[in-house]
Design a protein around this ligand. Structure first.
Ligand SMILES: Nc1nc2c(ncn2[C@@H]2O[C@H](COP(=O)(O)OP(=O)(O)OP(=O)(O)O)[C@@H](O)[C@H]2O)c(=O)[nH]1
Ligand SMILES: [Mg+2]
Length: 299
């Protein structure tokens, strides 16, 4: 590490739900660290991912999608985004190509106008959208005059990611690293395990079920004299009927969620895991301050 010219700083990644913020984070980090899904409001916490190279440390903050909060969990998520905008060196605003901006993006742009740090706009998912729409989006964004760079990318196909990294590095001031240079995320293993399980639920269920689930890791134990790690976790859902959906016919859905989650946790830890899942109902937990805190959603 070259102490003298070392650069470091925080960069917040914000945008509407489902535009690909977390996918971008994983692409920037070069490995899967945060969960993604085709459903909006996948990310619930501000999560710091730490990108280290020989002469810099960028701390990217993945944030929940900005949208109108419908419950106390939503308020918590919105608050996480707002707090991610302080003490940072720059902002990545990510959006999808649109002929015209919708209400939410217009509101985000208003929020961005008030920020004092440089903002880089990323137009994501260019692999799926026609060029004309992308050009129109660039034109629209440029008309605001608040973006330092406007870069079309595909986070999923890793297209344009190196350019983003280069532009971000330019924003960093000289300074020492904020985190140990071998640390890549500011969350503990229990959080990572619970997120992986939640991602598999999001991918396996539909409608209102996935949005009302939370996962609590009950215990993580190394089995004596064996390489295997035992993890016990509870999935909370909001209604009895949702419990049935998550468990599925003959327990098949829950079993499948467990298999998918176990495989990914094993890949992350590089060791065998035995994962036991239970499903419990906690009515209306997304609107109860005690439950929110208990499930880890606290500021
Ligand atoms: N085709 C395509 N799909 C993408 C791209 N980037 C993300 N996606 C998909 O878009 C969906 C949402 O991605 P996420 O990364 O979870 O989006 P997010 O902005 O973090 O969403 P929230 O956490 O809910 O706010 C997923 O199904 C991704 O696979 C891309 O460049 N191209
Ligand atoms: Mg996300």
């Amino acid at each position: 590490m070259n102490e003298k010219n070392f650069k470091s700083g925080f960069i917040s990644v914000i945008g509407r739900p489902n535009v690909g913020k977390s996918t971008l984070l994983n692409a920037l980090m070069g490995e899967k660290l945060v969960i993604t899904s085709p459903k909006p409001q996948t990310t619930r916490n501000a999560i710091r991912c730490i990108l280290n190279d020989g002469d810099s440390q960028v701390v990217f903050i993945d944030t929940p999608g900005l949208t109108k909060a419908r419950n106390k969990l939503g308020d918590f998520m919105e608050q996480s985004v707002k707090s991610s905008l302080t003490d940072i060196e720059g902002i990545i605003y990510i959006l999808e190509p649109e002929e015209e901006f919708g209400k939410t993006d217009l509101e985000i742009i208003e929020l961005l106008k008030k920020q004092k740090v440089p903002i880089i706009a990323l137009i994501n998912k260019i692999d799926t959208i026609d060029k004309r729409k992308v050009l129109k989006t660039i034109e629209n964004l440029a008309s605001y005059g608040i973006f330092k760079e406007i870069i079309p990318i595909s986070a999923l196909k890793n297209d344009g990611i190196d350019i983003v990294k280069k532009e971000i590095k330019k924003l960093l001031p000289e300074g020492p690293p904020y985190f140990p240079t071998d640390q890549i995320i500011d969350q503990n293993e229990r959080f990572i395990f619970s997120e992986i399980i939640r991602e598999k639920i999001l991918k396996a269920t539909n409608d209102e079920v996935p949005h009302g689930t939370a996962v609590e890791i009950l215990s993580v134990n190394q089995r004596p004299n064996k390489e295997i790690l035992d993890i016990d976790a509870t999935i909370f859902c909001e209604k009895k009927q949702h419990k049935g959906i998550i468990i599925g016919k003959d327990g098949k859905k829950l079993k499948n969620i467990g298999i998918q989650a176990r495989k990914e946790i094993e890949k992350f830890l590089e060791k065998p895991v035995n994962l036991n899942l239970w499903v419990k109902v906690r009515e209306n937990w997304r609107d109860k301050p005690f439950d929110l805190k208990d499930l880890g959603y606290k500021n």
